[in-house]
Design a protein around this ligand. Sequence first.
Ligand code: FAD
Length: 476
Amino acid sequence: DLILFWHRRDLRISDNTGLDAARKRSAKVVGVFCLDPDILERDDVAPARVTYMIGCLDALKHRYTQVGSQLLILRGNPVQTIPALAKALNAKAVFWNWDVEPYAQTRDRLVIDALKEKGIEFLHQSWDQILHSPKEIHTSSQSPYTVYSPFWKNWSSKAKAKPLATLENATGLTENEQEIAKQAGVIQLPSAKDLGFIWHRELIISPGETAAQGKLEEFIAQNITEYKEQRNFPSVDGTSRLSAALKFGVIGIRTVWQATLEAQEHSRSEEAQGSIRTWQQELAWREFYQHAMYHFPQLAQGAYRDSFKNFPWQNNPKHFQAWCEGKTGYPIVDAAMGQLNETGWMHNRCRMIVASFLTKDLIINPQWGEKYFMQKLIDGDLSANNGGWQWSASSGMDPKPLRIFNPASQAQKFDAEGEYIRQWVSKLRSVDTEYLVTGKISSLERHRLSYPQPIVDHKVQQALFKTLYQQQKEIT
Ligand code: FAD
């Protein structure tokens, strides 16, 4: 009996819950991926992200061939394409893994209805990209958590599943069935360029399962025991850079977790143990935001807190443009935006700095920044990005009410030698470190280097933001 396994954010054949379940039912498991125009034609899709995804699909295709089966590519609305293919191939069942995003939830319900209408009743879904289902982690009164610390306490105390077996010895479609699949809409995998996305630079992580596994092993062997300290410095390559692989499920979360447990076993020092724990906590932040998106889909629409629902954002388009282009006149902010624009990735410390700057210094609606990030990030992910922006804007679930980063003190602390700034703002390479990190570069010098004057005054804007914030709090 043929089972179709519909890949979405799980572009791998190892440690894949739904695929493992499918293989247990039948040897004849064939993968399918649908290029959905409703996603690809949105105005917040990053060329780096599509390029990475297409590379991962290409790698996945090879993996399927290696184990004796195929990956079929469709293009169109999955509500039509998936049921039509399943029907044409007379598939016994369609399996897939759940997704927390509101769009995916609605789409999946429609696909289920359409499959049933076509007489395909055997459907199977499982949780895969998170270690615990959103329903499994709740407060003593059965409500979802809205604060991270108690979430972490509960989540980390629960036993985690072990990695699952890699698909092997599968049977694919016969030649005749392949012909039928073609007639039912199966196409060759297009390039990112065919889809209208051009990315000329090297990707920060190579596509595919093998590369993701390699990146994990490298991080565990070289960086995890010093992560707690090193992760704060944007000029240091001290984080895993696994975010795009985790976003597209190119590596299984159980595999990642297991690697952290093994690292714990092999580490003696308290410092190393603390570092591993800190990295585990980042994985839990990822999961916290996914659970939050599942329980509170309204997060995707804007501020969680009432006091931010009608906030008088100034939304100056010129300021926004300067921020996007890294021309604010604040060296650390401009460096970070340079890294994003050039590589499709930004260090976490800098994501926090530029998000605080956009919302608290430029007083621009965080949704503008959130969207710009999605247009650029290789790892752009609704739950994590929205969570990060709401945290930075103080509009989200986080209990600490107001957090305003001072760009100069952030740079002094985390880029004390100005290495990161010099790397991403080449115009400032020759500036003395002290002036570089504090941003106290004279007007004349800025002019000479063709580097912009600061577009706003941090102190003035900070005070203004606080006043607006107080007023809103009193109204709501
Ligand atoms: P590591 O430090 O090695 O962390 C390991 C993994 O944990 C990451 O790959 C990621 O999957 C997860 N993770 C780490 N920190 C966070 C966090 N704060 N929230 C959620 N998950 C986390 N992350 C995304 O994956 N996609 C986004 O679109 C995204 N947008 C962000 C926007 C803002 C404003 C902020 C402040 C943070 C955002 N993050 C996002 C979180 C974080 O910055 C990135 O996950 C991290 O920088 C990726 O680098 P890494 O893989 O080396 O992370």
